[in-house]
Design a protein around this ligand. Structure first.
Ligand SMILES: Cc1cc2nc3c(=O)[nH]c(=O)nc-3n(C[C@H](O)[C@H](O)[C@H](O)COP(=O)(O)OP(=O)(O)OC[C@H]3O[C@@H](n4cnc5c(N)ncnc54)[C@H](O)[C@@H]3O)c2cc1C
Length: 374
C-alpha cells in the first residue's frame, strides 16, 4: 500500500513517523525546497508529549526546548488569576508542557523522516483525482500514483480544495504578533508559561532556550496600531509588568496575522483521501492545542489504519474517534479568545476560573490530555 502525505509540517511529519512505527510505509511531499528558520515558538502540552514519547523522540525535544512546570493566566502585574499547583500535571500524566521553537521541532521531525528516506522537499502539490482505484497526484513538475492520500497541508489546504470541500475561515477580529526575543528571563520565571491579561490585550511568554524567549501579543483589531512595531507594542502594554517591555525590546522579527479558524467541515475524508491537522480542523491558538491536535491525529490515524481492512472504514473510524475532541478544542478556543478580549467576558472568565472546583478542572484536563491507549 502506497500512502502519500502532502505537507511536511508538524502533522505530516509526525504522521509519517507514526505510520513507520506501526509498520506502514508512507512518503511526505513538502512544497518548500528547504526548511528555513521561520516562525516563533510552540507550547507542546501533555497530550502531544505522550505521542512524542510513543514515537521515541521526547528526549530530543526536551533537549531542544524548555520544560515548563507551570502554565498560568495572570493580571498585568503577573499576579495569577488562579493559583495552580506545580507538579499536578506531571504527577497525573508523567510529563508537562515543553516550549520549543517551531522550526526546531519541524527540523527534528524532518531529520527522523529523512533518515528513514520518507520525505521529499521541493514538491508543490497542485491537485489529485482517482482513476481505476488509484489516486493520481499532480505536483508542479510531475505526477505520481498512490493508494491513499493524506492532506496535511495546513489551514489553506489545496488537498481540501481538490476534494471539493469548502475553505471558509472564521476571523476573530484579533491581531496576533509573535516573535522571539534574545533575552533570559529572571530565574523565577524560567520554567513557567505566562499569559497576561489586560483590557482587550493579552501577552504570553515563556523561555524557549537559554538565550531566547517566545512571546505572543494579541490585541483587538479596533485598537491595534496600524503599524505593529516594538514601539507601538510597548505603548500598548505600558501598564504591564516591566518584563513585558524588556521582552518586546529584545525581540527580533515579528510575525503579524489575524487569528482565525476553519469553519467545521461536514467530513474530512472520501474513500481514499483524508485530511489531518490544520487542513481538517485549524483552530484559533487560544488553548495552545493546534499542533498538539495534529500530533494526536498522527497517533490515531496510524493505529487505526494498522487495524482496519479498508481505507474507507479506517477514515470513518478516525473521524469518529477524533471529531468530539477536536470540536471541543476548536469551539472552546474560539469562545475563550472572544471572552478574554471583552471587558465583561473577561470578568466572567476570571470568576469562572476562581470558582471552578479542582475536581471540575481535573475533569477538563483529562478531556484534553488523555490519549487513548497511551
Ligand atoms: C499565533 C499562533 C500560536 C500557536 N501556538 C500553538 C501552541 O502553543 N501549541 C500548539 O499546539 N499549536 C499552536 N498553534 C497552532 C499550530 O501552529 C498549528 O496547528 C500547526 O502548526 C499545524 O500544523 P500542520 O502540520 O497541520 O500545518 P502547517 O504547519 O500549516 O504545515 C503545512 C505544511 O504543508 C506544506 N504545504 C502547504 N501546501 C502545500 C502544497 N500545495 N504542496 C506541498 N506542501 C504543502 C507547508 O509548506 C507546510 O510545511 C499556534 C498557531 C498560531 C497561529
Amino acid at each position: 500500500m502506497e500512502i502519500v502525505i502532502i505537507g511536511g509540517g508538524i502533522t505530516g511529519l509526525s504522521t509519517a513517523l507514526a505510520l513507520n512505527k506501526v509498520g506502514i510505509p508512507s512518503t511526505v511531499y513538502e512544497q518548500a525546497e528547504n526548511l528555513n528558520e521561520i516562525g516563533a515558538g510552540v507550547w507542546l502540552q501533555p497530550n502531544a508529549i505522550q505521542v512524542l514519547q510513543w514515537l521515541g523522540i521526547y528526549r530530543d525535544i526536551l533537549k531542544e526546548g524548555c520544560l515548563l512546570n507551570k502554565m498560568e493566566i495572570t493580571y498585568p502585574n503577573l499576579k495569577p488569576i488562579k493559583r495552580i499547583k506545580n507538579q499536578v500535571v506531571a504527577d497525573r500524566y508523567g510529563n508537562q508542557t515543553i516550549a520549543i521553537h517551531r522550526w526546531k521541532l519541524q527540523q527534528l521531525l524532518y531529520n527522523k523522516c529523512d533518515h528513514l528516506g520518507i520525505v521529499k522537499l521541493g514538491m508543490p502539490y497542485t491537485k489529485h483525482e482517482t482513476n481505476n482505484g488509484k489516486i493520481e497526484i499532480h505536483f508542479k513538475h510531475t505526477t505520481i500514483q498512490a493508494d491513499l492520500l493524506m492532506g496535511a497541508d495546513g489551514i489553506k489546504s489545496n488537498v481540501r480544495k481538490s476534494m471539493g470541500l469548502p475553505s471558509d475561515f472564521h476571523t476573530s477580529g484579533q491581531i496576533c504578533c509573535r516573535g522571539i526575543a534574545n533575552i533570559e528571563l529572571p530565574t523565577y520565571l524560567r520554567n513557567e508559561g505566562k499569559e497576561v491579561w489586560g483590557n482587550k490585550v493579552r501577552f504570553g511568554f515563556s523561555q524557549l532556550s537559554s538565550d531566547s524567549v517566545y512571546f505572543f501579543a494579541v490585541v483587538n483589531k479596533e485598537i491595534a496600531p496600524k503599524d505593529i512595531t516594538k514601539k507601538s507594542l510597548s505603548t500598548l502594554f505600558k501598564d504591564f509588568d516591566l518584563i513585558v517591555k524588556d521582552i518586546i525590546e529584545a525581540s527580533g522579527d515579528m510575525h503579524v496575522a489575524e487569528l482565525m479558524d476553519l469553519k467545521r467541515l461536514s467530513t474530512w475524508h472520501d474513500s481514499n483521501t483524508c485530511l489531518i491537522g490544520d487542513a481538517a480542523h485549524a483552530t484559533t491558538p487560544n488553548m495552545g492545542q493546534g499542533a498538539c491536535q495534529g500530533i494526536e491525529d498522527a497517533y490515531y490515524i496510524s493505529n487505526i489504519l494498522k487495524n482496519t481492512n479498508t481505507s474507507l472504514a479506517a477514515f470513518k473510524a478516525f473521524e469518529n474517534q477524533r471529531r468530539k475532541k477536536v470540536d471541543y478544542v476548536v469551539n472552546n478556543s474560539w469562545t475563550f479568545g472572544k471572552m478574554a478580549h471583552s471587558t465583561l467576558g473577561q470578568l466572567a472568565l476570571r470568576g469562572i476560573m476562581k470558582l471552578t472546583p479542582e475536581k471540575v478542572m481535573s475533569k477538563q484536563m483529562n478531556k484534553l490530555y488523555t490519549v487513548e491507549g497511551l
